[in-house]
Ligand binder design. Structure first.
Ligand code: PHE
Length: 497
């Protein structure tokens, strides 16, 4: 399209009240479709113009009509074939070709030729010395648009298939409420800055084109996160872990927080950090006796603990949310393990799935990400077992240098942040969090007193970004991901040891 066809249309409309797009096409000497295309992009900018549809019937030549214009009407051709001395009808027909029959009868009825039966064989002779080929003249006038034919003639020529009528849809344009002779650039992105400053209210946004067809991908490709997940899963399986069912993004506060001995006034339970669910807002089914023990340990303490000494509310525990960590799944599994038939048996579990946090988004944080979590429950486990397991786990990822820093989680004591030395980045980076689950969490579940549970968690995005050399998380997930990156990304092989 001519780049400023849109502005030419607007400028034209500035000077007149109304204009038809067909008229514009002739005036600008461009295809009518191009004018209509430009109109569509004007309309995408708002109510600059009013466009009413109009249909116009135009007369045009058929192929046969075209040949009449070029070679004369059939009757004129027949007349021209009749020599001064006359010609037998059969010879005339043979010379006239396909349209001789029509031409002959028209020429007869016009009185241009006659049949002379006084000679034998009878001859066709000219009756007049010269003719005026009206049909050809009239068709020529139609083409040049210089004359209006009478309705009778039009019907006649249509019947003779010399003329045809075509309907053209066009638009009659007039100035709209937002008329302007120039187009402002439409925004294609709604940014956080526009939202916080309120600027979005003054801006014009480009409408989505839901009819645009995307290129059909020849086949699917695994996203880097899925490739790295496969590797993590492989490592856990090699170490004898079994996978937990993580298929519930929506969780109750009870399993996400209360079961983990996280007090109800803990800041993480605020809407600033957690996405709460409105429909349904609450969960109602809980193991009742266990729930009572959780309530007791929070409010009064027990199992040698003072608890938090506050008024624990069921309504708070009932609130549904998008799980903020996969430790909610681990809590459900440990409760099951404590209450399974035949009593407690040692277990090793892992999970790799999505969690959600109401985060401020930046280059490394999104409101949803994946956690990798490992849990081991056995008799007499110690912090030493946790450290040893972490060394083994990270060694399988090709990471041999680890450091631990004391940390705090409501549900683990002691707790440790995990750091590893990254030779490529030449620095220590935080890779996870870990700890030994508190008795205030495990004993209300019904786990035996001599059973300890060690656990750790890390994000899947971080090692994926490091492995694939991606610096901004928005290049890894979300609408701006380059599908070429996904398509061409190598498979992931962590350096197994
Ligand atoms: N749930 C913790 C987190 O979200 C990770 C963790 C898992 C910590 C298990 C200790 C034990 O960061």
């Amino acid at each position: 399209m001519h780049p400023d066809l849109t502005e030419r249309i607007l400028q034209h409309l500035d000077a007149v009240d109304k204009v038809d797009t067909l008229e514009l096409a002739t005036q600008f000497n461009v295809d009518h479709q191009k004018v209509v295309g430009a109109l569509k992009s004007i309309q995408a900018h708002g109510d600059l113009v009013n466009a009413e549809t109009a249909t116009q019937k135009t007369l045009g030549l058929t192929d046969e009509g075209q040949s009449v214009v070029e070679n004369g009407s059939h009757e004129a051709i027949v007349y021209g074939l009749v020599p001064a001395e006359g010609i037998p009808q059969a010879a005339l027909m043979a010379a006239g070709g396909a349209n001789a029959k029509v031409g002959f009868s028209k020429a007869m009825s016009q009185g241009w030729i006659l049949l002379d039966k006084s000679v034998n064989p009878p001859l066709i002779r000219r009756k007049v010395d010269h003719i005026v080929d009206n049909v050809k003249e009239q068709l020529l006038l139609v083409v040049s648009g210089r004359a209006q034919l009478s309705a009778r003639d039009v019907t006649d020529y249509k019947k003779r298939k010399l003329l045809q009528e075509t309907t053209t849809k066009s638009f009659v344009l007039s100035k709209g409420p937002e008329f302007s002779t120039t187009l402002t650039k439409l925004e294609t992105d709604l940014t956080m800055d526009m939202l916080t400053s309120g600027l979005w209210q003054q801006l014009k946004f480009k409408a989505y084109n839901f009819d645009a067809l995307g290129a059909t991908p020849t086949r699917g490709h695994l996203h880097p996160l899925l490739k790295v997940r496969t590797e993590f899963r492989q490592i856990f399986l090699e170490m004898g872990f079994s996978e937990m069912p993580t298929n519930n993004y929506v969780e109750s506060s009870f399993w996400n927080f209360d079961a983990l001995f996280q007090p109800q006034q803990h800041p993480a339970r605020d809407a600033h950090d957690t996405f709460f669910i409105n429909h349904p807002a609450q969960s109602h089914k809980f193991p009742q006796e266990y729930l009572q023990r959780v309530k007791a340990v929070h409010s009064k303490g027990g199992y040698g603990s003072l608890g938090y000494g506050y008024d624990w509310k069921l309504s708070e525990a009932q609130k549904n949310l998008l799980r903020t960590h996969t430790t909610a799944v681990s809590a459900r599994m440990l409760f099951k393990l404590a209450n399974q038939e035949g009593g407690f048996k040692p277990a090793k579990y892992f999970s790799i799935d999505k969690v959600f946090r109401n985060e401020t988004l930046d280059a490394t944080h999104l409101a949803e990400f994946h956690q990798v979590e490992g849990v081991i429950a056995d008799v007499g486990l110690t912090l030493g077992d946790l450290i040893g397991t972490l060394y083994e786990f990270f060694r399988k990822l090709g990471i041999t240098q680890l450091e631990f820093k004391p940390a705090y989680n409501p549900y683990t004591e002691p707790s440790m942040e995990i750091f590893c030395y990254h030779p490529g980045l030449a620095k220590w980076i935080e890779v996870g969090n870990s700890g030994v689950f508190r008795p205030e969490m495990l004993l209300p579940m019904g786990l035996p007193e001599n059973v300890n549970v060690i656990a750790w968690g890390l994000s899947l995005e971080r090692p994926t970004m490091i492995k694939y050399g991606i610096n901004n998380i928005r290049d890894l997930v979300g609408p701006k991901v380059d599908l070429k990156m996904v398509e061409e990304g190598p498979i992931c092989r962590l350096d197994h040891v």
